[in-house]
Design a protein around this ligand. Structure first.
Ligand code: HEC
Length: 157
């Protein structure tokens, strides 16, 4: 009797694990239609960013972004995505980093995040301003501080 209970528990544990794994590995072809349509639209836009006016210290970050974020989809997907705030990029880069086989270390994820936060504050400034205006005062202050942080780190470098 005890053995049956234990093996049942094991079976449930295995099933739970399989579900978590399937969720993590969720590929593009398993997305619902609305999500797929939204993401497909991003991919039709430009596939590179003109960084010639950005601080040259950000060049390595951009190169890393171009290498790591093209392994599973086009670079145009993040470039034209509607994510713009540092908090959005921080959450999303972590999500991408955790996908099986991403090959993105946490220090690389940080460099990519810094590039995306900086880039959005320049190239997507209108979207950033609109999102900041709609945020709660606490969230706005946190995102403004993170934008300042990347500018302090890279401007003039
Ligand atoms: C291991 C494969 C893989 C890698 C590497 C990867 N992605 Fe993704 N990406 C996906 C999949 C799968 C989706 C579909 C939605 C999801 O699962 O989140 C996606 C979706 C996206 C989206 C659209 C999300 C939305 O709902 O609007 C953005 C933006 C994005 N990725 C950015 C990045 C960035 C930035 C990097 C590099 C740090 C990156 N991706 C690296 C697999 C990957």
């Amino acid at each position: 009797m005890k053995n049956i209970v234990t093996s049942r528990k094991l079976l449930f544990a295995a099933m739970a694990l399989a579900l978590v794994w399937a969720g993590a590995a969720r590929a593009d072809d398993q997305m619902d239609a609305a999500t797929k349509a939204r993401i497909d639209a991003f991919e039709k836009g430009p596939a590179s960013i003109d960084i010639s006016k950005y601080p040259s210290a950000l060049k390595d970050n951009y190169d890393l972004f171009s290498q790591k974020c093209t392994q599973c989809h086009k670079l145009s997907r993040p470039i034209n995505s509607d994510y713009a705030l540092p908090s959005e990029w921080s959450r999303y880069v972590k999500r991408m980093m955790r996908k099986p086989g991403s090959g993105i270390s946490s220090s690389e994820a940080k460099q990519i995040y810094e590039f995306l936060a900086y880039d959005s504050s320049v190239r997507k400034k209108a979207a950033v301003d609109a999102k900041l205006a709609a945020a709660t005062p606490e969230d706005r202050a946190a995102d403004e501080a993170k934008i300042k942080e990347v500018h302090d780190k890279y401007d003039g470098k």
